[in-house]
Design a binder for this molecule. Structure first.
Ligand SMILES: [Zn+2]
Length: 235
């Protein structure tokens, strides 16, 4: 974790520092090595939030797009289960940054816990995902609009899509660079989304304004559907 509590203040890990966990109040030790980002760890025990993922620079860079008071916010559900949200805005919107693989069922469970929420998924963890996603875009349908290009992709053309469609909320795939690919709508085996600048996504989340939507004014053309009928998933 980036923050621990010391004398009612949130402090960052520095060599030799002491603090308590904002979730469970256990003593934390500052881990300040050279291999991982400096962080706080629970003393000789597992993390109190079993969903917690070891942080990378990627996590920190994303979190730092938001004020530090919004980072790592502990929440409990009605059963007392504790989870620490990567970002929680003052209006209660949660953003989770996911680097490692989690099962779609697990992702759905977490979505139910945190909703309303968005996911930002690291699209560079597996080597093949970006290439596969690009071919899904190439094989998909393009809908130019006055606001930009909407891309319609077949879910089974991308492992990432197949894994993340079940969460049913907005997912931003980060393949590196200044923009993300936003999965905005799902219709049957199709998803609709677009490239979107990270700065604008951050602005929407911070100001609680709506991320542009995709409108279904036209049905999917028959010739397009025919191309995919009977085709099997690749994996
Ligand atoms: Zn804890």
């Amino acid at each position: 974790m980036r923050f621990a509590i010391q004398n009612d203040r949130r402090i960052e890990a520095t060599p030799g520092a002491n603090g308590k966990c904002p979730g469970c109040s256990a003593d934390l030790i500052a881990r300040c090595g050279t291999k991982k980002v400096w962080h706080w760890a629970h003393k000789g025990q597992r993390h109190c939030d079993h969903w917690w993922e070891n942080e990378t620079e990627w996590h920190r860079d994303w979190k730092n797009n938001f004020p530090s008071e919004w980072q790592e916010i502990a929440a409990r559900d009605e059963t007392g289960e504790l989870h620490i949200a990567d970002i929680k805005t003052p209006k209660g919107i949660v953003v989770e940054f996911q680097h490692s693989y989690i099962k779609p069922d697990e992702a759905r469970k977490r979505t139910e816990f945190h909703n309303p929420m968005f996911w930002v998924v690291d699209g560079r963890r597996r080597k093949t995902d970006h290439k596969q996603f690009q071919s899904a875009i190439a094989d998909g349908v393009k809908h130019p609009t006055t606001d930009g290009l909407i891309q319609q992709l077949w879910v089974y053309d991308s492992r990432l899509l197949k894994e993340w469609v079940p969460v049913g909320v907005i997912v931003a795939f980060d393949f590196g660079g200044d923009s993300v690919w936003i999965l905005r709508r799902i219709k049957g085996d199709w998803v609709y989304g677009f490239d979107y600048p990270i700065s604008r996504l951050v602005e929407h989340i911070s100001k609680h304004t709506q991320i542009p939507d995709v409108l279904f004014s036209k049905p999917i053309p028959r010739r397009v559907l025919r191309r995919y009928r009977g085709r099997r998933a690749r994996f």
